[in-house]
Design a binder for this molecule. Sequence first.
Ligand SMILES: Nc1ncnc2c1ncn2[C@@H]1O[C@H](COP(=O)(O)OP(=O)(O)O)[C@@H](O)[C@H]1O
Ligand SMILES: [Mg+2]
Length: 314
Amino acid sequence: MIEIWTEKYRPNTLKDVVGQSNITKTLISFVNKKSLPHLMFSGPAGVGKTTSAMCIAKDLWGESWKSNFYETNASDERGINVIRDKIKQYAKIKPLGSDFKIIFLDECDALTRDAQQALRRIMEQYTNTTRFILSCNYSSNVIPPIQSRCAVFRFKKTQDKDIQKHIKSIAEKEQLEIDNDAVGLIGEISDGDIRSAINLLQCASVDGKKITKNTISSISGTLMHDEVKDIVNYALQKDFIKARKMLMNQMIEKGVSGLEIIKAINRYIWTIDIAEELKIKIVILLGEFEFRIAEGGREDIQIEAFLANLADLK
Ligand SMILES: Nc1ncnc2c1ncn2[C@@H]1O[C@H](COP(=O)(O)OP(=O)(O)O)[C@@H](O)[C@H]1O
Ligand SMILES: [Mg+2]
């Protein structure tokens, strides 16, 4: 069975979390005191939010961490039922050998407002035995009463030098031959996202040859191509819902940035056989949305709007 390196190299203790030292310092002090407020981790994908939540539990409870750590993802079930059923059930469970247990709720910004209100009530009601760790991409999508009940930690994109160091250390453990240039390009492409940096390295290692800058650029080129292809094709076939779903998967799960998607779509449309007139319209759209993102428009909203425009073209 193939081992996934992002899992294999996921840190098991807060000390080993890369590049978020201000945050981990505070989290370690919570662990040392064995006391934890509700926490909210916001920030981009692949920078250590889920990992840090797990590390808190591992550092607190060692081997048996799983018996006091409940994890659920809000993005699949955004509605109030997930809160009423699952979360409330978890909240009622007694902690084992500790004053409290942890409920980790990933992507809590995907919850509807009603669901967030319900969550807020559970946070109040079970605060004696339960600590919530909420993770989200944008804290602005979470209702203020929840934010104010949490200590909020804003995770940053990982610095290039930290990513490169991490990639080098994994390459060494896997006994890979890799150029410095290639490591540099991985840092550049992954744009602060450690998960995608590690995935890129694992992809590049498959054929067992020495990894060069060329290996990395060809892999990342084809990856983007295939994924962007479906998004564009669904949008052009007017299946906006499907296109949007794949897009969200790219942006949130894999941490591909809005600008990268725009660039990749730009490359892609010159390789397909569609009417020149349509190509021109798409290029105009791409330029417009590239500008909006560069000017500070929210990437997810802008890209979604771009897709809607694409689906609307005749
Ligand atoms: N700060 C970090 N230090 C070390 N590894 C990391 C870090 N952030 C992400 N990773 C790697 O990427 C994977 C996904 O990270 P995760 O914590 O799930 O990211 P997210 O911020 O999206 O929750 C981890 O399993 C780990 O291999
Ligand atoms: Mg996560």
